[in-house]
Ligand binder design. Structure first.
Ligand code: F6R
Length: 357
């Protein structure tokens, strides 16, 4: 039930710190060490390339998963849209390993890929929130998200849960490969959970920003680079699906190659800046849109912040910044939808689980 919350979406955003802590608990053994089925780690680390296949928000989580897995395991990882992959399959390597990301476990576009790769005899792992779901039953292995039921059509806690489980998988697979990782992912996930709490405590900041800058605009942009680019793709999907504001999530450096033509007086452009290597470049891109009349709002990570920034995120491990940077964008989507008078939990034209191709 919604309890005292007006909508499931805001309830599910609020639940994220608890979900992350629960995931860590669920993947800890009696000695307090992270543990997953050794057979998964064995097959995954024997692979020469990982293929992540998913749709929508799960696809966006897949890009963050690629960053985490490549960083911790050194295994090249590709991310694919299910509805494209199945009918235009890329050349596969000798020993592919498939990871399906599906909150519902029932997405037909993803299932048709699983049927095809099962026929080819390749190993697969489904990360899902739904035990016993089709994608869980038909994949060789399953890891559960432990996020609790996600009722709002717009996915929020499943995105952060997928990233948390992928981080655990990445660390354990990296160790299985014999890498001496200077990382305690359970501890870092705890830090991220606390950081999310502090962002949620300040949710009025994002309500105000939504009312002032998004509730009447026709379009909006999110920009970022590197890991922040992956997050802005999700931020844009969330804003468009619940607020109906036409939004693009763009690689900040790519904007000037065409799309900057859309910037008008007052166009909202939100930059996410958590990656130190590209922070300066993204700030330069924010300046470019400001000089064309955009209303720029920068969400930056503590330590990379500047006085003019709209919000400063608490510092977390560099592979886990999406867990904190996505939260303001979920809140912005929620409040923009609310103040536009939309049906927040059931946006038009959408269904929670998409069981047709
Ligand atoms: C967006 C959203 C969808 C789903 C997509 C995949 O908020 O909910 O984009 O992420 O339909 O669904 P699952 O993860 O159930 O396969």
């Amino acid at each position: 039930s919604k309890g005292t919350y007006p909508h499931y979406m805001i309830k599910e955003i609020d639940e994220q710190p608890a979900v992350i802590r629960k995931i860590v608990q669920n993947y800890q053994n009696d000695n307090g060490e992270l543990e997953i089925d050794a057979a998964i780690l064995e097959e995954m680390t024997a692979s020469d390339r990982i293929y992540i296949v998913a749709c929508g928000t799960s696809y966006n989580a897949g890009w963050v998963g690629k960053q985490i897995i490549e960083n911790l395991t050194n295994i090249p990882t590709e991310v694919h849209i299910s509805s494209e992959f199945g009918y235009n399959m890329p050349l596969l390597t000798e020993k592919p390993f498939f990871i399906f990301l599906s909150q519902s476990g029932e997405t037909a576009d993803s299932r048709q890929v699983l049927v095809k790769i099962n026929a080819l005899g390749h190993p697969s792992l489904t990360l899902t929130n739904a035990p016993g779901s089709t994608l869980s039953r038909e994949a060789k292995y399953t890891l559960l998200l432990h996020a609790g039921p996600e009722i709002a059509v717009a996915s929020t806690k499943a995105y952060t849960a997928q990233i948390a489980v992928l981080a655990i998988l990445g660390e354990l697979a990296g160790r299985r490969k014999g890498f001496a990782l200077d990382l305690d992912i359970a501890h870092e996930l705890g830090i991220a959970a606390t950081a999310i709490e502090s962002i949620i405590d300040e949710k009025e900041v994002f309500e105000q920003l939504s009312v002032t800058h998004l509730s009447t605009s026709r379009n909006a942009f999110y920009i970022g680079r590197s890991i922040d680019y992956y997050v802005v793709m999700e931020a844009a999907l969330k804003l468009k699906e619940v607020s109906y504001v036409q939004t693009e999530g763009f690689a900040a450096g790519e904007l000037k190659h065409g799309t900057i033509a859309l910037i008008e007086e007052g166009t909202p452009v939100i930059s996410i800046i958590t990656d130190p290597t590209t922070a300066g470049h993204t700030r330069g891109n924010a300046q470019e849109v400001i000089s064309r009349g955009a209303h720029s709002m920068i969400i930056s990570l503590d330590g990379l912040d500047q006085p003019e920034d709209a919000y400063v995120l608490p510092k977390v491990h560099h592979l886990l910044t999406p867990l904190v940077s996505v939260v303001p964008t979920q809140l912005i989507a929620y409040y923009t939808s609310l103040h536009r008078g939309n049906d927040v939990d059931k946006p038009r034209n959408l269904a929670k689980s998409v069981t047709v191709e």
